[in-house]
Design a protein around this ligand. Sequence first.
Ligand SMILES: O=C(O)CCC(=O)C(=O)O
Length: 243
Amino acid sequence: MRQNFLADGFLAVPGFLNAEEVAACLRKLNQFIEREVPDLPPEHVFYENKEDRSTLKQLQRLHEHDPWFGELMNGKPRALAEKLLGTEVIPQNMQFFNKPPGVGQPTPPHQDGYYFKLNPPEALTMWLALEEVDEENGCVHYVRASHKNGLRPHGPTGTLGFSQGMTDFGNAADLSAEEAMPASPGDLLAHHALTIHRADGNSSPSRTRQALGFIFYSVNAEVDARAQEDYRREAERQQRDRI
Ligand SMILES: O=C(O)CCC(=O)C(=O)O
């Protein structure tokens, strides 16, 4: 698995969680969204349309808000992250990603390393499907082996939750190496911090597109605290302007 991950910059692990485990995640999430989300700090809760609670698109730092999520992250995902990166890891963020039917916006092409501000950029993100995800409701697309070519330029996107996107994405090499990653409930995707990825919006009139994200940094990666703080302030400012 580590060899494939290092060669391609991403890996798919079908059936990472079984049906019972996925059902437990969905139960817990539904309960959390109903009971806890109204009291979370606004910078941890993103809606497509703030006036419409059914358009919830992202939750941040789940592992800090509820120990159930922390335990989940520190179990199988953390063990796999250590295998793939080949080092001990620091759990950094656990997220909920949804694309609500009809209104779920595209995820702009980006490299997570641009957001992380790490040196060296040794980190990975896992993305766990909680329901059927395909081209219609906005599956993830990866650009194979793109993690080998360093960070590309990014700029503001106007997309809440993905405020920065690549400004030079879409040349012939990007497009020919791009791969759609449809997934079934319980399937896990993992990508390196430099792997280019994106997703379309949700064009289904009725299906949501719910997933969990887990971010792990290698213990060898140092955060450029100043660059990260500048970026965090800017992202919060952009979000406040929209609230
Ligand atoms: O859920 C998505 O559309 C993309 C998620 C993503 O970009 C990430 O986990 O790094």
